[in-house]
Design a binder for this molecule. Structure first.
Ligand SMILES: Cc1cc2nc3c(=O)[nH]c(=O)nc-3n(C[C@H](O)[C@H](O)[C@H](O)COP(=O)(O)OP(=O)(O)OC[C@H]3O[C@@H](n4cnc5c(N)ncnc54)[C@H](O)[C@@H]3O)c2cc1C
Length: 534
């Protein structure tokens, strides 16, 4: 749907059942679930869909081996169930992936292997393959660049991986196909309370034209990720009940390097880094993602920057396991996401590793429903909980049931059993059953770079809500995340095609500046030094 049509729909004087703030995994999941139950739904996103945390995940659809180690069995069980559902409902965007944990100490294999066998038991029928103990030779066959010196063997287990931003778009489009109105670049600017102090809707503003709207809704869902507290505080002020911040943001850094550092189809899993975390090396869209970190962060920047210590930590840990250790000059892109971790009542904000990865749904006295925490993998379970809370609070008439468990997302209909893996470079196959529709557009044979064609840019503008060069290069294609320099060099070409399609300013220079930012090596102790690879 073209932008003027979207805005015309926003201007209708109707009362929605559900209005959602935030178009990340959480908000989009709620939009789809509510629309699939037959509710009228509107969702506004201040930036682009998945422009916040939801495009910056490690790309794992997982039960969470780490949560197993913490003894959080219920969370692991739920996530494993959701993993199965997602792999089934979007097989072009979420697939099984084998992981190998190389062991250099004899005790590691039985110790971690037992835990991973437990993971198999919890998965039950949802298991993707058995955990196996590997010899040193078998480990090197899976991870050809693992350090061979002192290698005792390894443990192989299965989890899933996905394309987070494209999955978010698939959720948005599937929700829209069920009647939801989803609008990016439209910020919620305030809440509307009725005379009795109950939530009655929200104010929002189109970021391009400045046009303001007031949306009436029976139920307002605050799914603004790490930014949820600003709406909770507004609600508190309006109702005379100050609230305490519930989110303790924690940043996670990823770096991307070429596949030669970790060839093959297996991911590397390091069960315990120097600071007690899990580190992954994940083959993804023709490159390798290394990460991540967990650093408490006081501010809520749209583009948080890594600390030098975080980069050094990832490079240093990788060097402990890889024959050729990547250096700062090998990094193709560095990106940072903020985890919306939920703060326990007595938390001092210092140690985010121990905070809950489970989600929280809060219904305020005025009826504002806030949902945050959790992880991408469990977006569907979170959406169900949100709707259950709306029913329990009398905000919506009950329409119970699991309506999305079998609901295939856009692009997932009628796909063959075997698809190219997500570890392979992107291409037409990334569009699933929509590949033919993309191929039929002008410019299908004109490849701009790394699996991105002119036709894909047109498709992004016509069908995937893309407005800017960043929308295309960061989230429809993932080039900014995979190779920031290449993304910057394609910005003008992509912008020209977009502008011809939409008539809007594609903001080419903003993408070029962002691509430079994604290549910046942070200076030790604070600032940044330019130029990873000249
Ligand atoms: C480093 C890292 C790695 C991770 N890895 C994984 C992983 O491998 N697997 C996994 O399952 N999970 C992972 N997660 C967790 C997962 O990414 C998050 O739980 C999830 O993306 C949160 O989604 P969200 O919708 O709540 O937040 P967001 O994606 O941030 O969405 C909130 C949205 O609200 C919008 N917004 C803010 N203010 C307004 C406003 N005023 N009006 C309208 N919109 C507004 C924002 O622009 C944003 O798009 C990871 C998280 C991080 C940080």
């Amino acid at each position: 749907m073209l932008r003027p049509q979207l805005l015309a729909l926003l201007a209708r004087p109707i009362t929605y059942d559900v209005a959602i703030i935030g178009g990340g995994a959480t908000g989009l999941g709620v939009a789809l679930d509510a629309a699939a139950r037959g509710f009228s739904v509107v969702l506004v996103e201040s930036h682009d869909f998945a422009g916040g945390t939801s495009s910056r995940a490690t790309k794992l659809v997982h039960g969470g081996v780490r949560y197993l180690a913490q003894g959080n069995i219920a969370l692991v069980r739920e996530a494993l169930h959701e993993r199965t559902t997602l792999l089934h409902n979007a097989p072009h965007l979420a697939q099984p992936l084998p992981f190998v944990m190389p062991s250099y100490k004899l005790w590691e294999m039985p110790f971690y292997g037992a835990g991973l066998k437990m993971y198999d038991v919890l998965a039950g029928k949802a298991g993707l393959g058995p955990t196996e103990f590997l010899s040193a030779q078998e480990t090197l066959a899976c991870l050809p660049t693992a350090l061979p010196d002192g290698l005792k063997g390894g443990v192989k287990y299965w989890d899933g991986q996905f394309d987070d931003a494209r999955l978010a778009l698939a959720l948005a489009r599937t929700a829209a196909a069920r009647g939801a109105l989803v609008v990016n670049y439209c910020a919620a600017t305030g809440l509307v309370h009725d005379a009795a102090g109950k939530i009655a809707g929200l104010h929002c503003v189109d970021g391009e034209s400045g046009q303001a709207f007031q949306l009436a809704a029976r139920c307002v869902i605050n799914a603004a990720g790490v930014w949820v507290d600003s709406f909770r505080q507004q609600d508190g002020v309006a109702t005379g009940r100050p609230v305490r911040a519930m989110v303790a943001p924690s940043q996670g850094v990823h770096i991307v390097v070429d596949r030669e550092f970790l060839p093959g189809t297996h991911a590397l899993m390091v069960p315990k880094t120097a600071d007690g975390r899990v580190l992954f090396g994940v083959p993804w869209l023709g490159k390798v993602i290394l990460g991540t970190t967990d650093t408490p962060r006081g501010d809520l920047a749209r583009e948080p920057r890594p600390f030098r210590e975080e980069l050094d930590f990832i490079l240093g840990e990788s060097a402990r396991y890889l024959r050729r250790a990547p250096k700062a000059a090998d990094v193709r892109s560095i990106w940072v996401g903020l985890r919306p971790l939920v703060r326990p009542a007595d938390d001092d904000g210092e140690n985010t590793k121990r905070l809950s990865r489970e989600h929280t749904v809060l219904v305020s006295r005025s009826g504002l429903v806030t949902v945050t925490g959790g992880k991408w993998t469990t977006y569907r379970a979170m959406a169900q909980d949100v709707l259950d809370q709306c029913f329990a609070g009398g905000l919506l008439p009950p329409a119970p049931g699991d309506v999305t468990g079998q609901l295939r997302l856009v692009g997932a209909e009628g796909l063959p059993a075997s698809l190219p893996p997500l570890s392979a470079p992107p291409g037409l196959h990334s569009y699933g059953s929509e590949a033919a529709a993309v191929a039929a557009l002008p410019g299908a044979d004109r490849l701009l770079g790394w699996g991105l064609s002119e036709a894909m840019v047109r498709f992004a503008a016509r069908n995937e809500y893309a407005r800017t060069a960043e929308d295309v290069l960061a989230r429809r294609s993932r080039l900014l995340f995979l190779d920031a320099r290449l993304a910057g060099s394609l910005a003008q070409e992509v912008g020209d095609i977009l502008e011809a399609e939409t008539g809007a300013d594609p903001q080419v220079e903003a993408l070029q500046a962002l691509s430079r930012l994604y290549l910046e090596v942070p200076e030790p102790g604070g600032g940044t030094r330019m130029g990873l690879k000249e």
